[in-house]
Ligand binder design. Structure first.
Ligand SMILES: Cc1cc2nc3c(=O)[nH]c(=O)nc-3n(C[C@H](O)[C@H](O)[C@H](O)COP(=O)(O)OP(=O)(O)OC[C@H]3O[C@@H](n4cnc5c(N)ncnc54)[C@H](O)[C@@H]3O)c2cc1C
Length: 458
């Protein structure tokens, strides 16, 4: 490939300022904030229209150059760092909020709209509505989050963020534009069905099947009041019973768990945080009394958080990175696994052992998704970014955690390359064949984020 010719072509499509192969810019895109090793990037391109996305993809397909779609680049698991070089397509300039539909409660947005942008737009213009957003930094995109089955403060009540997609507009690897969901039949992006559901193909496929240019996500009514109560457990074995009690009330908007050795005052406890909502303060007080009883029944000590903590925990997003920098040097990687509830105690106990073995203070958390149907367990490993050995140590802890999750019957979430191999090793062979068939049919030249979910057929 003649790099100057490719650059010129990309610049012809998006303008000189928005395509680059300058070393200092490639350096930034060759890594993410997690523990992955940097990898080579050849070009960066920032399209502004669907037509530009189509032109870039058609050109890359003709020249067989890999394309890696990128939102905020914040998954921490290296998903937007090219495995085989190529063009990183940064979606940030496609940031229009196209429609907020109040009666059908959805937002139709471009793929570069950030979670912070959508949240503040709704707060200013539709304060009665709230979006599904994670506790990630506000520069994470809504698309990037829903596409990795993310989760956030509405997940206990309404499910993971992947299930909140009503519709997608995708540019396929051959450059065709395809609409999925009700928008393929109607002007309203209000529903995923009732037609064959192809949206799921694009979730957790890490940009290997096409570039999403527009999406519709569900919005939810915002109650007037929201509060958080804490329960303290001593033994991870008590987690399932307590969570079943909490969710049986039908009153919790969000349920978060945390077990960490630092700060010192958290050591020895599992914190179970339940978010209570209501139309009046009286309802909140009534519900709080109910949770006091529920916590007691589930062996947990009830606690109303002190004001300072309450303020932090009621923020959206919560400042989750507070648990990060124990090693100093700014590195922290947090991945996780979707787990069946009954295996959560073992996951906590064994993940804490993995952390201690690697000399990292255990920092484990979870979030419930729609009752106890799924629980995402996060394992966080801090490292010193300036110390390659310390980064290797975190990578090794992550690998062991992925093995643990799979052995317990869980599925690693937003999983990095090595973990993807572990998942594929365990996956049913015909599932893999189908995945491969779909991918080869849509992308015969293998240009879409190659190296990810790469199936070697037996
Ligand atoms: C401090 C911190 C806290 C976090 N807390 C949470 C949390 O509470 N809940 C949670 O779910 N996550 C959390 N995360 C993880 C992650 O940040 C979020 O899930 C985030 O929303 C991912 O969005 P992104 O825009 O950064 O996606 P990216 O990292 O840019 O992309 C994610 C994946 O989607 C693909 N992709 C992105 N855009 C497109 C597109 N337009 N077309 C096709 N494919 C695309 C990418 O190729 C990649 O494979 C947290 C991360 C950090 C750093």
């Amino acid at each position: 490939m003649d790099k100057e010719i490719v650059l010129k072509q990309l610049q012809n499509i998006v303008g000189n300022e928005y395509a680059s192969n300058r070393e200092e810019e490639l350096y930034i895109y060759s890594q993410d904030p997690g523990a992955s090793k940097p990898r080579n990037v050849d070009f960066i391109v920032l399209p502004m229209t669907v037509d530009e996305v189509q032109q870039i993809i058609k050109y890359a397909n003709k020249e067989k150059i890999p394309i890696i779609p990128m939102g905020g680049g914040l998954t921490l698991s290296g998903l937007i760092i090219p495995v085989k070089g190529g063009i990183v397509m940064d979606m940030k300039r496609m940031n229009k909020i196209i429609e907020i539909n109040e009666p059908s409660r959805f937002a139709l947005i471009e793929a570069g709209v950030s979670t912070g942008q959508l949240l503040s737009y709704l707060n200013n213009n539709y304060p009665q509505l709230q979006p599904p957003i994670p506790d990630a930094p506000p520069s994470a995109t809504v698309a990037g989050n829903v596409l990795i089955h993310g989760s956030g403060y509405l997940s206990q009540k309404y499910g993971d963020h992947g299930s909140m997609i009503n519709g997608l507009e995708v540019v396929l690897p051959n450059g065709d534009i395809c609409k999925l969901g009700s928008c393929s039949v109607s002007n309203y992006w209000f529903s995923r069905g009732p037609i064959p559901d192809l949206i799921g193909l694009f979730t957790s496929s890490f940009g290997t099947l096409g570039v999403i240019t527009k999406l519709s996500v569900k919005l939810y009514p915002k109650p007037n009041f929201r509060d958080v109560v804490f329960g303290l457990l001593n033994d991870p074995k008590d987690i399932p019973k307590l969570l079943l009690e909490i969710t049986a009330t039908g009153l919790a908007e969000d349920v978060l768990l945390g077990m960490q050795d630092k700060p010192e005052w958290m050591k020895g406890y599992i914190f179970v945080m339940t978010y209570v909502t209501g139309e009046t303060q009286e309802v909140i007080e009534e519900n709080t009394k109910i949770f006091k009883k529920v916590y007691k029944k589930g062996n947990a000590r009830f606690m109303k958080p002190p004001d300072r903590m309450r303020t932090i925990y009621l923020e959206k997003p919560i400042f989750a990175a507070g648990a990060a920098d124990y090693r100093k040097g700014g590195g922290f990687e947090y991945v996780g696994a979707f787990m069946p509830l009954e295996k959560v105690p073992e996951a906590y106990i064994k993940a804490a052992e993995i952390s201690r073995k690697h000399n990292i203070p255990p920092t484990i958390g979870s979030r419930l998704m729609s009752g106890t149907h799924t629980i995402v367990v996060f394992f966080s490993y801090s490292f010193n970014r300036a110390d390659p050995k310390d980064m290797e140590n975190a990578r090794s802890a992550l690998h062991e955690t992925n093995e643990l999750a799979l052995n317990l019957g869980g599925i690693p979430w937003k999983v990095e390359l090595e973990g993807q191999k572990l998942v594929l090793d365990k996956m049913d062979n015909n599932y893999k064949k189908l995945l491969n068939l779909i991918r080869k049919t849509l992308d015969p030249n293998g240009i879409m984020n190659p190296g990810n979910w790469e199936v070697t057929e037996k």
